[in-house]
Design a protein around this ligand. Structure first.
Ligand SMILES: C[S@@+](CC[C@H](N)C(=O)[O-])C[C@H]1O[C@@H](n2cnc3c(N)ncnc32)[C@H](O)[C@@H]1O
Length: 420
């Protein structure tokens, strides 16, 4: 433990301006805002050759120890401390010994509606935007803290305190997202055999959940959005031709719902050979208004753009093993293929295995779509309890390797051109 760590545990009340002064003092004297409890522990116990597997930063301590009964003036000081920590480079998504980020800790403590939580989400948005710029220009980030002079952190004049003993545990989180795993890598996914079970589509060997029937209500929302919002032209008049594009067939849940509305044309873009086989078996190729675009949307949508023959009232996107960077590319097609009164929606699972990251993506999506002249409205829907990690009965995940959902709400996106 260093003095900085001690300070973030709020040893005295009230939390007043002296906290700000002390925090600035430590940080301006060279203690990194990312200095972890584990690094301090290893240093004081002369552990040199063991890389800590968790990163409990001052911000984690602050979120863990901020008193729930803090008065408004105290909360303001805490917020100022958080701002200062971020100015000095604190990270928003490091994980501590329990696998929690600072935002996760606030959620667990029921402090999600505090300003500190919003500050963390905003820091996440800024960090993601910055990271994107950095990778665009191939810049190098220096993160190594091996050569820190720990002694200095313990001997800052007049502020040295006694060191409390604290055991460092291993993180609980299992790392399961190797870059070449089918859930992460499109080529590896497309080469992986799939299997349809009663209520899911999964990868045969690893049992990754590609699509699961618990998402049916979410698909219903998606399909209703496409028709209710995308089929009306000015003065609420029904469009005479309704064209819908769905990207990613999976279990065909949303496509079944789209068919029930009898659109003029129903385009389905699907890349996986096993899914295409199932679509053939189930007669999707024979439906008079269905056009199947076989292959990845990245390879099939260009021709729709250059033909200029079809424009869509509704576009829905729900694929697998793609990343947000893929969605950013898709936005180029969306603005080119959507009718001016059309609507775009997608299965919003961005960052959904951790609530704070889910909220960061929610904001990022709004910003990114805004840059395309698109406005994104989110409707918050409660997720069934059996889906959540802390629920006793999680039988819904029995046949899949890892749950990909752990947020209590689903943010259903409805995206239209700004003036519509
Ligand atoms: C989650 S499932 C879609 C579920 C669907 N919304 C439903 O209601 O059943 C994802 C689907 O997207 C397909 N897919 C993945 N990447 C794709 C890509 N780049 N282009 C087209 N389809 C893709 C997968 O093969 C899979 O069938």
């Amino acid at each position: 433990m260093s003095d900085l760590h001690d300070l973030c545990k709020f040893p005295t009340r009230p939390i007043d301006k002296t906290y700000i002064d002390q925090l600035k003092h430590y940080l301006s004297n060279g203690i990194p805002a990312t200095y972890t409890v584990e690094e301090a522990y290893n240093y004081t116990h002369n552990i040199e050759d063991e890389e800590p597997s968790s990163t409990t930063t001052p911000l984690h301590l602050l979120c863990t120890f901020v008193p729930v009964d803090a008065k408004d003036e105290e909360k303001e000081i805490v917020s100022e401390m958080v701002e200062i920590l971020f100015e000095y480079g604190a990270g928003w998504c490091f994980v501590d010994v329990n696998g929690d980020t600072p935002g996760c800790i606030l959620i667990k403590r029921g402090l999600k509606d505090w300003k500190v939580y919003d500050q963390i989400v905003d820091a996440g948005v800024r960090a993601e935007l910055l990271l994107r710029k950095v990778s665009e220009f191939d810049m190098e980030i220096i993160e190594d803290t091996d050569d820190l002079n720990h002694e200095e952190f313990e001997n800052i004049p007049e502020l040295v305190k006694e060191e409390p003993k604290e055991e460092v545990q291993q993180t609980k989180e299992e790392v399961d997202d190797a870059p070449d795993a089918p859930s992460q890598n499109q080529q590896s996914y497309l080469n992986t055999k799939l299997e349809y079970t009663d209520d899911a589509l999964i990868t045969k060997d690893r049992k990754d959940g590609v699509m699961m029937s618990w998402e049916t209500d979410i698909m219903k929302l998606g399909s209703e959005t496409l028709f209710a919002k995308g089929s009306l032209i000015e003065d609420n008049e029904e469009d005479s031709e309704i064209n819908v594009l769905n990207i990613g067939f999976g279990m065909g849940i949303i496509d079944g719902m789209i068919q029930q509305k009898s659109p003029t044309t129903h385009y389905i873009c699907e890349a996986h050979p096993d899914v295409l086989k199932k679509m053939k078996q189930d007669g999707w190729y024979d439906k008079p208004n269905v056009v199947v675009l076989e292959g990845r949307w990245q390879d099939r949508l260009d021709e729709l753009l250059s033909n200029g023959k079809v424009f869509f009232n509704g576009i829905y996107y729900d694929t697998f093993s793609e990343h947000y960077s893929d969605m950013l590319e898709l936005f180029d097609y969306v603005v080119g293929l959507l009718k001016s009164h059309g609507v775009f929606s997608f299965f919003n699972g961005l960052g959904a295995d951790r609530q704070v990251i889910y909220e960061v993506y929610k904001k990022l999506v709004e910003i990114d779509l805004g840059n395309y002249g698109l406005n994104c409205q989110f409707e918050a829907i409660d997720i069934p309890k059996e889906m959540l990690q802390d629920n006793q009965d999680r039988s819904v995940w029995d046949n899949v390797k890892r749950s990909y959902w752990s947020c209590p709400v689903y943010y259903h996106p409805e995206i239209k051109f700004i003036d519509y």
